[in-house]
Each structure stands twice: as structure tokens, then as C-alpha cells.
Write a protein that binds this ligand. Structure first.
Ligand code: AMP
Length: 397
């Protein structure tokens, strides 16, 4: 079995896979431990059954011990040796880590070195890695990084037009995120389109609560919308995306706030939530805009979709118009027909034709939503980052 772990500073999300068939691992259990260090709440789901526990755990190690104890009680595992590998989702691998790696001391050090670049994300992952290493000392630990897929970007796309010394001495560059999802989608699109990955050009819109897009050229990341941090690019649930950097200095004076307070507002109080003043959740915002004709929600929806449309055009231009497909994925991309429609309506110049019936239709795995007249195929695909991490981890066993 392989355990896939996505850990934050106070939570551990996990999914356990049975891997008898190495080509299609089967998820058998999933769960979430929350409020680590506060009081503790653990949910384990096996098929339709949900088990809830309120064990007290003060740290990640106690949480791991509690998860393993309940796995045994529920007959999910007989003993610790059943879990042969653990795959961790890690946000930042910096510019050294270009693919999934075994979490040796040296690679763990790299995760630690990148805390500076991802202070909100890497510390939780590192604490969880150490806890699982103690709890399951025989398991192989593998790290999959959100940044590594984008390490193929050329310098002209990853550099900022700031003093080059900032890059040379302080590693200020575009890293990009959501790489595990973009990697999965590229693989999946290659199967769907029956085209070799090395010849595949895509524009992928990963629209979740966090959102970014990737320009995939010959199967590799050529450009992306997020930057040094996940704050850049598209408008998101609560993040601002691209803004004039001088806003920070101006608002610091206006509000008498420091840069940390302002960055917090740009991360947590902006985007759909900030503009609509209603919610960060696209379901709520689109409902308010369309059913209640709420003006602020309408503007938020227009801004959100306009920016995606413009990046589609930018990336299609970078691919010299040779785009095999435009893909929509993640919570909003997979489920919000209105977002997809508003985006495609705003892409002029590319002769895209959305099929309104398939755009609305329910689907499991993926569905083509363009008509035969569309110059470029448009597809909605359900992403599966956990499965990607599981498969990458299996390669190390
Ligand atoms: P994620 O971060 O990928 O889980 O995506 C979360 C986002 O997906 C939230 O903004 C949700 O509102 C949005 N979402 C999930 N389901 C739907 C749906 N059926 N229609 C519109 N948006 C949805």
C-alpha cells in the first residue's frame, strides 16, 4: 500500500492506495486530521462509511500514531509494514528539485532551505515527513513538488524585469505551482488525444480556490501564471493575482499598515471575496451574479473570467497558435459551466466554439466540450493529484 499525504501546519490530509495493479492503484481509505496542537479531530472514510474520532493530539507525531492505530482497528492494515511507501505533496522545491525525489536527509534539507520561499507551506510538510518517518520507519518516503514541473521554463519566462542580482543572490524568479496537477493533466490529455507527450501543446486552466494556468509546450511547462509565490497571476478565491506592485507602498501609507499586514490582505481578503464582498466560493459568487444580479458579484465574475481569457490568448501565442487542447480542471474548472462559458466567450481571435450541451453535461473523468467547428479542442478533465503522487511514489519501490 501507498499512503499519500498533504500536510499543513495543523492538518494532515491522507489517502491510502492498494497497489496490486501497479498501473491503476485503487484508493481504499481517505481522511483528514485537523486541529493538530489545538485539540484534534480525525475523520477516516472507507467507501461510504465515515468514522470520526476526537483523540487529543498535540503534534504531528501523535497524529500519525493515532491514524495508524485506527487503521489497525478498522482492519485497513494488519501492521505498519503494509504501508511500503509514503508520497508527500510538498509545495516548494526551489530550483534544485526538478522531479519527485526520495526524501533522503539531503533532500529534506532542500525542503528546509526552501522554507524561506514557502513559509506558509513547507514547514508543515517537513514536520509531517519527520513524524511519518518515526511512525513508519520502514516505509520509503517520496516528495512530489508543486514547483518541479515548471523547472523546464526558459529564463525569458521565469525571470522578472528587476535587477538580475535579486535572482543571482536571492533566487527571485518565477517558480510556478500546481505542477503535480499540470503533470497529471498533461499525461491524461496525451492519452485522451492519443498524441505523444513530446509533441503535445496545451493551455491548462487549473481553477480551484487557488488558481493558475500552464502553457505546456512539447509536454513540458513553458510558462505559468503563478510566480515566486502563489499570489501572482489569475484572480483567485481570496488572492489578488497580478496587481501593480506600487499598491503596497501606497496602501501602507493610507492604512498605516506594514508590508506583512498588506500581504496578508492580498492573500486572504482579495480575489473573488475581496471584489464581490460575498464569498471566495465560486458557487456563491456566480449564484449572486446570475440569480440575484448582484453588481459586485457580476464584476468579480467578469474580472475572473477576463483574466483567464487573456492568459489563454497569451499562451496560445507563445505556442505559435499550435494548441492541441485547452483544458479546464480543479474545483471551478471541472464544475462551473458558467465560468467555462464566460471564459470562452471572451477569447476572441482563436475561433473557439464551445458546445453548450456537453459544457453542461455531467461526467466522470473527462469530457470534450468543443464542437467540431472549434479550431482548438476544449476539454474538461478531473484532476487527481493524489493518484499522481501515488504513481510517482510507486516508481521508487
Ligand atoms: P478546489 O480548490 O479545487 O477544491 O476548488 C474549490 C473551488 O471550486 C471553490 O471556489 C468552489 O466554489 C468551486 N466549486 C466546486 N464545485 C463547484 C460547482 N459545482 N460549481 C461551481 N464551482 C464549484
Amino acid at each position: 500500500m501507498i499512503l499519500v499525504v498533504n500536510a499543513g501546519s495543523s492538518s494532515i490530509k491522507f489517502k491510502l492506495y492498494e497497489t496490486n495493479d501497479k498501473n491503476s492503484p485503487l484508493p481504499i481509505v481517505e481522511g483528514l486530521a485537523e486541529r493538530i496542537g489545538v485539540d484534534g479531530a480525525l475523520t477516516i472514510k472507507i467507501e461510504d462509511q465515515k468514522y470520526e474520532y476526537n483523540d487529543r493530539y498535540d503534534n504531528h507525531l501523535m497524529t500519525v500514531e493515532s491514524i495508524l492505530k485506527h487503521f489497525k482497528e478498522l482492519n485497513v492494515i494488519k501492521n505498519e509494514l503494509d504501508i511500503e511507501g509514503i508520497g508527500f505533496r510538498i509545495v516548494h522545491g526551489g530550483d534544485k528539485i526538478v522531479k519527485p525525489v526520495e526524501l533522503t536527509d539531503q533532500n529534506k534539507q532542500a525542503v528546509e532551505d526552501n522554507i524561506k520561499l514557502a513559509p506558509l507551506h513547507n514547514p508543515g510538510a517537513l514536520t509531517a515527513i519527520n513524524a511519518f518517518q518515526k511512525g513508519l520507519p520502514k516505509a520509503k518516503l517520496v516528495g512530489c513538488f508543486d514547483t518541479s514541473f515548471h523547472q523546464t521554463m526558459p529564463a525569458k519566462n521565469y525571470l522578472y524585469s528587476v535587477p538580475l542580482k535579486w535572482y543571482e543572490n536571492h533566487k527571485v524568479r518565477k517558480y510556478g505551482f500546481h505542477g503535480i496537477s499540470f503533470d497529471y493533466i498533461t499525461e491524461k490529455a496525451s492519452q485522451i488525444l492519443n498524441k505523444n507527450k513530446n509533441d503535445l501543446n496545451l493551455v491548462i486552466c487549473h481553477l480551484g480556490n487557488g488558481a493558475s494556468m500552464c502553457c505546456v509546450k512539447n509536454g513540458e511547462s513553458y510558462d505559468t501564471t503563478m510566480g515566486l509565490t502563489p499570489l501572482a497571476g489569475l484572480m483567485m478565491g481570496t488572492r489578488c493575482g497580478d496587481i501593480d506592485p506600487s499598491i503596497i507602498e501606497y496602501m501602507a501609507k493610507e492604512l498605516n499598515q506594514d508590508v506583512y499586514q498588506l500581504t496578508n490582505s492580498l492573500n486572504k481578503e482579495s480575489g473573488l471575496l475581496g471584489v464581490s464582498k460575498i464569498s471566495s466560493d465560486m458557487r456563491e459568487v456566480s449564484k449572486a451574479a446570475i440569480e440575484n444580479h448582484d453588481e459586485k458579484a457580476l464584476v468579480a465574475l467578469e474580472m475572473y473570467t477576463q483574466r483567464i481569457a487573456e492568459y489563454i490568448l497569451k499562451f496560445a501565442n507563445q505556442l505559435e497558435g499550435k494548441v492541441d487542447a485547452i483544458v479546464f480542471t480543479a474545483g471551478i474548472g471541472e464544475n462551473s459551466f458558467i465560468t467555462r462559458k464566460l471564459v470562452i466567450d471572451k477569447v476572441h481571435l482563436l475561433n473557439l466554439k464551445l458546445d453548450n450541451e456537453t459544457n453542461l453535461r455531467e461526467y466522470d473523468d473527462y469530457l470534450e466540450i468543443s464542437t467540431n467547428e472549434s479550431a482548438i479542442k476544449i476539454i474538461k478533465i478531473r484532476t487527481d493529484e493524489e493518484l499522481m503522487i501515488c504513481k510517482e511514489t510507486l516508481k521508487f519501490l
